[in-house]
Design a protein around this ligand. Sequence first.
Ligand code: HEC
Length: 158
Amino acid sequence: MRMESKQGSLVSLGGRAVTLVALVALVLVLRASARAESGGINPWTAPAESRELSNVSVDRAASVAQGKELFQTRCKLCHGPLGRGDGPTGKFLQPKPTDLTSSVVTSQTDGEIFWKISEGNPPMPAHKEILSEEQRWSLVDLIRSLSTGIAAAGEPSR
Ligand code: HEC
């Protein structure tokens, strides 16, 4: 009798575990399809032709300064004050905002980064309708400066 009830409880425990796994899987599938429906592409790769887009900014230091201001108002909430992907709103997003100082970003050309800022990929918003080309290039310059430490120090050092 005892054996039986033990086995019974083991079986129901197993059943619960299976239900939990199924629920987790369901949540993941729903999330992925929500992203697909909103137009998100994963993994996110800029098209080959964007590699060659040439950066229009002439005065890099001035451009970084402009990018820094734009970043405060438009990007910081998600990407965090230093672009590390740790902004307060970013916590609730799936996928998480990219760490803009990571090699994922620094290994891309200016053109690819510019294209991604322009086009967006939900939940990353598109910026081509709201920012001028020059403003978007200034953000590219700022992102480059984040990983070289220029902006983090407060003042462009060169
Ligand atoms: C609503 C939150 C949000 C805002 C605001 C936002 N981003 Fe993003 N960003 C994201 C998320 C989430 C991703 C990851 C998207 C992905 O991988 O599909 C991302 C990705 C990126 C990438 C691409 C990184 C890679 O994979 O190569 C760049 C560059 C970027 N953001 C720059 C910016 C800049 C610059 C701004 C401000 C003009 C900005 N983002 C504003 C959420 C945001």
